[in-house]
Design a protein around this ligand. Sequence first.
Ligand SMILES: [Zn+2]
Length: 116
Amino acid sequence: MDYGYSPMEDVLDSLPATRRPANPRPRVAPETMARIRLTVYRRDWFTCVTCRWSPDLPDDYDGRYALGDMFRRGDRLITRLLELDHVVPFVLGGLFTVDNLQAMCSICNGRKGATV
Ligand SMILES: [Zn+2]
């Protein structure tokens, strides 16, 4: 028996190199992410630029996690985060920089995403 060739190799060769499509967004180092998040949050007064909601702000907040809260709507528990929203969308070439980011809550960001 010759095990030098398996038809399975043809199948494997025909598949994409990765199982999931590569994330087109460049990876941001956690320290950079924290610095950018803190800078944008501070500039925007830790407030959603659209609805003016702002989360509780811990005294020792360092930007390493997104601020948010949870609230009830009927029988559903909703999580709301203060996110970094691209002013010029990423898909239109907008960069992940302080100048192109603004603080926006996840609810407003979801509505914006649905209409852009
Ligand atoms: Zn909002």
